[in-house]
Each structure stands twice: as C-alpha cells, then as structure tokens.
Design a protein around this ligand. Structure first.
Ligand SMILES: C[S@@+](CC[C@H](N)C(=O)[O-])C[C@H]1O[C@@H](n2cnc3c(N)ncnc32)[C@H](O)[C@@H]1O
Length: 498
C-alpha cells in the first residue's frame, strides 16, 4: 500500500493535477505567450479524425460527404493533409458506419504531427519500426504514409495492449504489418542498422495540460518522472541503433515535461556525437514551435530547439512534443541476436500453389475479385493456420521470418464445412474490388442488419453456405452474410454489434 493511501490523503483530482503541472511549466513560457496559453486552456479541445487513404480514395471529398450526412462542422489540421478537427457534430464521430469500417481514425490533432514529419519515401517502400505502438493510432498513420507497402513492424511491450493494436490494424485494413511484443530496448541489439524509419511514441507522464474524460491528467512524482526519462532515453538509444545510417527516427511524447522531451534528445546527442542530426522543424510547421533552450536548471544542446514543442496555444491541441532525427553515421550497438521461432512451429504452413489458384478462381468467379493480382501488388503470400488462411507480407518473411510474432498480415478467410468464408476485414479493405456476389439491402433492412439481425428469406443468388457481400442502398459495405435455409445469416464480427 502506498504511503499516500496509508495516510489516507486523497489522490489529486485531474483538475488539481493539471493545475500542478501548469504551475511547474509557467516559468518555461515567455511573458508574451503566457496569456495566450491561459486563454487557450479555457477552451475545450475539439475532437479530430484522420481519414484512411487505403479505403477512401479522396479524403477531402469523403470528409465533405460525411460532414453533410452527419452535420459536422470541420476545419483542416494544418500539418496533416488527411486530418480534420470536428468542432460540432449532430452525429458523434464515434457513431458512424464509416468509423466502424475504419474509414477514419479518431485521434487528437497533436498526435497527427509525428508521422507527418517523416520525409516522403521515393524508391523502395520503407521498412518501418513502431517501437511502442499500442493501441496503434500512429501505426495506422505510418501505414497510410507508406501506402501499406514495405513493412511496418508494430511492437509494444505490454501483452495486455496487443489485442487492441491488432484490432486497430485489422480494422484499418493493413496487410503489410506484423505485431510483436518485446521490450523496445532490445531492438538496437537485435536489429542494428535495419530500419528506414523508426517511430518512438514513448511511454510518458502525459503532462499535456488538457485533462479530458478519456485521458484524465494525473499527478506524477519526481521519482516517477525520472524513471520515465531513463526508460525514454534507453528506448531512444535502441531506436537509433536499429535505424539505418541515412534513416529517420521520430521521437514523440504527449507530455510537456522537459526531462522527458528536450532532456532525452540532449542525452542522445551526447551519447552519439556526430551521428545525430536533429532536423529543424520551424519551416515544416504552420508557425514556429521551438524546443526549450533550458529547463531552468540546465542548458540543453542548442540543437534540441529544432524540435517541435506544442504548447496548447500554438495550434489549439493538447500539449505535445516531437522531433525528427536523422542518422548521419553508424553507431555501436550491443551484440545479441533476436529470439527465433519458425512459422512452422507457430502452426503455419504456406498454402500450396494449386490451392492458391483454386481460391483465386473461385474468388474471381463469385466476387469478381482479382486475388492473384492483389497478392502480387501488395507483395503477399498465403499461409494457412488451422482453418484460417492469412495473407502474409513477403517483406516480413524475407527479413524477420523467425521472429516470434503476435500476428502478421490480414486473414483472407476461413475454411468452413460449407466452403471458404471470406474475412470481414479483408473484404472491407478491398471492398471496391469485390464487384459481384453482392446483396443490396433497403434502409429498413440495413438498419436491422446493423443491429446484428439476420435477413429473413432464402437469398436467390447464393448457393447454400455461400457468402454474400452485403451493401446498403448507398453502396456501403455492411458486412458478410451466409446463405442458409430460410435466411441470410449475419456474419458481421461481434465487436461491431450495436
Ligand atoms: C504513448 S503509448 C503509445 C501510443 C501509440 N503509439 C498510439 O499512437 O496509439 C506508449 C506505449 O509504450 C508501451 N511501452 C512502455 N514501455 C515500453 C517498452 N519498454 N518497450 C516497448 N513499449 C513500451 C506502452 O505499453 C504503451 O502502449
């Protein structure tokens, strides 16, 4: 039991925690900016969303259509072309079909900055490591930025947060990713000089000056802060070692504590002199938001001012910190290879070529879906695990084939006694390419279907046990159905019931 509990003193409320943090940060804000910060903190922060270019061909056009349909008042997030604030909403942004389908992700606007900082790739699609990824908001952004080409290795050390990460990536429709669960500190030794991009969205004290219902601020002791900054430093060193020379690391936190922000960058610069280049972000942002030169007790390396410190009044966000770091020279890394467990030991086996051809033929005949072309364009192979068939990234197999993983790629579907049943997330991702085998529902039927009900009556165009792609009158994907005697059985995943 903690000393506080033994003494019976109550924990500071989120508002008290926010006030404490504000008092601590006040000396770091200039006299001219202070009134702006205080005024900003009186305003509620607007919700924001980021559109999914894997599923939405023209994000701006889609945003316009959603705004009209759901009564949203929006404005663009200036540094993220796929991001918008939603200031007013007749229908909440968390309660739409498009949200369920992964057409957009709800994300604080500050959190849209870090991934936008990576330089656009040209040539080979990038090999990306997301070192602390759960629940996966920024992982989806990394996947959008690479067009789901190359590979995103999404890692998080917390087993209890892996399920959420996997779900977010499957809903987003990503195929070229793998999920692992290791301490991020190990990657520098396991994979030195390997990745083109590394994102470290570090575990932090969340002293961001905005306490919301979903993310209440809590008080942090100096001891806790110190131990967090040691962890952040070790994670950033590991991220830097795992990066290829010439590659980029983005370091981000959702805290304004200098010990966890500029202080961590300062230590990286000292650790690897001559190898670390902190990129000047002043021209990359709509207005300057420089890092601090000092925390009041010690002066930092002047290079850390090139980072972005988002006091809430800069862009109307929560407090946030981000830096883009380039690797100019190789650095020493501890020795030690990664653990290995073959895919066969995981119960996975490559699908024989004849079975792939057969599946492709049936998918083509029934849904007009060009399976082999999609596998080729996305650089995927089909593997079987139990009754499930998975589309697995070749980039994972060739580089990390034996690395124990939590999941890789996306399920294409499942073998059932009634034949092959396509996977919901697969069809949702490649919906436009499933041109036939559709069942169109009217408005009343669609509403019932979305409540999880079956559709009464035997569907005409489907053999017994066959899967139908169910759409509404606007042509939106409502899930898959299975034709059985007397009804179309609702196969929407239970997680979407509501
Ligand atoms: C700020 S959150 C990441 C949020 C995520 N990037 C997103 O955008 O949705 C930090 C994450 O770091 C993870 N974490 C904490 N210590 C870690 C470590 N040593 N190695 C890897 N992950 C760690 C936590 O489990 C937590 O999920």
């Amino acid at each position: 039991m903690s000393a506080r509990k033994r003494r019976g003193s109550p924990r500071p409320s989120p508002v008290e925690a926010q006030n404490d943090a504000l008092q601590r940060f006040l000396p770091l804000v200039s006299a001219e900016e202070l009134p702006l910060l205080l005024a900003e903190l009186q305003r509620p922060v607007s919700q924001a969303l980021r559109a999914n270019p894997l599923k939405v061909a023209d994000p701006a056009q889609a945003l316009g259509a959603w705004a009209a349909a759901y009564g949203w008042e929006t404005s663009p997030v200036p540094y993220c072309p796929t991001g918008w604030w939603v200031h007013q909403a007749a229908r909440p942004i968390s309660q739409t079909l498009e949200h369920q389908l992964g057409h957009y992700y709800i994300q604080d606007a500050a959190s849209m900055l870090p991934v936008e900082l990576f330089t656009p790739h040209n040539g080979e699609p990038p090999l990306t490591l997301d070192l602390a990824a759960s629940p996966g908001g920024k992982t989806t952004h990394l996947i959008s930025r690479s067009g789901d080409q190359g590979l995103v290795l999404a890692n998080d050390s917390s087993q209890s947060r892996i399920h959420a990460l996997r779900l977010v990536l499957h809903t987003w429709g990503s195929v070229n990713h793998a999920v692992t669960c290791f301490a991020g500190e190990r990657f520098g030794a396991w994979f030195p000089e390997t990745f083109d991009r590394v994102l470290l969205d570090a575990p932090c004290s969340m002293q961001n000056l905005r306490s919301t219902e979903s993310h209440p601020m809590r008080a942090i002791s100096p001891r806790e802060r110190d131990s967090l900054s040691v962890r952040q430093r070790n994670l950033l060193i590991s991220a830097f070692q795992a990066l290829k020379t010439g590659g980029e690391v983005v370091y981000a936190t959702c805290t304004l504590s200098p010990e966890e922000d500029e202080g961590v960058l300062d230590e990286l610069l000292r650790r690897f002199p001559g190898a670390v280049e902190i990129v000047d972000l002043s021209r990359r942002l709509p207005a300057p938001a420089p890092g601090l030169s000092s925390d009041g007790q010690r002066d930092f390396d002047p290079a850390v001012q090139r980072a972005a410190r988002l006091w809430p009044h800069r862009f109307g966000t929560s407090g946030f910190f981000s830096a883009l770091i380039q690797k100019r020279a190789p650095v020493a890394a501890p020795e030690g290879g990664p653990p290995a467990r073959s895919l066969t030991r995981e119960g996975m086996a490559p699908l024989p070529a004849a079975r792939v051809r057969d599946l492709a033929l049936r998918q083509g005949e029934r849904y007009g879906f060009p399976l082999e072309t999609v596998l080729e364009n996305c650089n995927l192979e089909l593997w079987q695990k139990g009754p499930q068939v998975w589309a697995v990234p070749r980039a994972f197999l060739s580089r990390f084939g034996d690395l124990p993983h939590e999941s890789i790629g996306l399920p294409l579907g499942t073998d059932t006694p009634d034949g092959f049943q396509p996977g919901h997330d697969w069809v949702s991702r490649f919906f436009d390419q499933h041109r036939s085998g559709r069942e169109i529902l009217d408005a009343a039927q669609s509403a019932a279907w979305l409540r999880g009900e079956d559709l009464p009556g035997t569907p005409q165009h489907f053999a017994h046990g066959e899967a139908a792609v169910v759409v509404d009158e606007q042509g939106r994907f409502l899930g898959l159905g299975k034709a059985v005697t007397g009804r179309l059985r609702n196969m929407r995943p239970r997680r979407l019931a509501g």
